[in-house]
Design a protein around this ligand. Structure first.
Ligand code: GDP
Length: 296
């Protein structure tokens, strides 16, 4: 991820820092190249545009151009604005609510939702020392319910027993009740994966949300799908009110556009990233570290 973008930017900035003195036109020309590199990395058009405007308004002033190392100052401004675009601070999962804290997991089928649910459950159990209960609400796909049970066992986290014939809302209610009675700290509800932004399933997820009153509503989105992932996030956020996003397949060789524009387009933080198929391939999302990686 980001390799191509990173190579392009380092080419642009190497040329810029080598030159010593810079004119306004030099800076503008470099920023046009940066904009092109962002668009090639599949960053949303409005995000690339606003990013370049912000950098330009800080970089084209006399202070930068007349400084001893104007090229380096431009690179520093790009770095700072990149961090701001990615969300500035790392934001983890918020568990600051009365137990049992509900976490609603939503996303398209195949995005990695069920795997990510297990990954998060493992992390909350091992690192945050919380007692977690998992429940699958995917009533249409018994195999998905089974998959969560298997993954739960693998990570040592309890799953709500499967009762055939219950609706998603009924399961959600049962999960919250079981968590209250059983003294669990966290309940993770894995909603039905959908192939498209299906209205019936969206309605179902909204009903589940109303019943479970989750503290976190996390969208799992596949970073390899680029701008589609961003559009998916906008749609889910509009209907369900997301509290955060988990981007999966960050280990793949995607162009990085989803990771780069997600925050700016949706206003919602990327809280975690999936970096592999294994149950511990989950990492915090640190905007500054990502910016450092991109800028080499
Ligand atoms: P769901 O349909 O959204 O619940 O998707 P699954 O959780 O079943 O995941 C679909 C496939 O993607 C599985 O083979 C997972 O192992 C894989 N997967 C999930 N997250 C990641 C990730 O971060 N990186 C990679 N490489 N594979 C992932």
């Amino acid at each position: 991820m980001f390799d191509n973008l990173s190579d392009k930017l380092s080419g642009i900035f190497n040329a810029l820092t080598k030159r010593g003195a810079l004119s306004e036109e030099d800076v503008n020309a470099a920023l046009r190249e940066v904009r092109r590199a962002l668009l090639e990395a599949d960053v949303a058009l409005e995000v690339a545009r606003s990013f370049i405007d912000k950098v330009r308004s800080r970089a084209v002033g006399a202070e930068v151009i007349k400084s001893v190392t104007p090229g380096q100052m431009v690179v520093k401004i790009v770095h700072d604005e990149l961090v701001a675009m990615l969300g500035a601070e790392a934001e983890g999962i918020d568990l600051e609510a009365p137990a049992p804290v509900g976490i609603l997991m939503v996303g398209l089928q195949g995005s990695g939702k069920t795997t990510t649910t297990a990954k998060i459950a493992k992390r909350l159990t091992e690192k945050a020392k919380r007692r977690v209960l998992l429940a699958s609400l995917d009533t249409r796909r018994p195999a998905a319910m089974e998959q969560l049970a298997v993954l739960g066992k693998q990570v040592g986290v309890e799953t709500l027993p499967i009762v055939a014939g219950q609706s998603a809302v009924q399961i959600a209610r049962r999960a919250m009740e079981a968590a209250r009675l059983g003294g669990f700290d966290v309940v993770m509800l894995d909603t039905a994966g959908r192939v498209t932004l299906d209205e019936a399933l969206m309605l179902e997820a909204a009903e589940v949300k109303a019943v479970a009153q989750p503290h976190e509503v996390l969208l799992v989105a596949d970073s390899l799908t680029g701008q589609d992932a961003v559009n998916t996030a906008k749609a889910f956020d509009g209907r369900l009110g997301l509290t955060g996003i988990v981007l999966t397949r960050m280990d793949g060789d995607g162009r990085g556009g989803a990771a780069l524009s997600m925050r700016a387009v949706t206003g919602k933080p990327i809280k975690l990233v999936g970096t592999g198929e294994k149950v511990d391939a989950l990492e915090d999302f640190h905007p500054a570290r990502v910016a450092n990686r991109i800028l080499g």
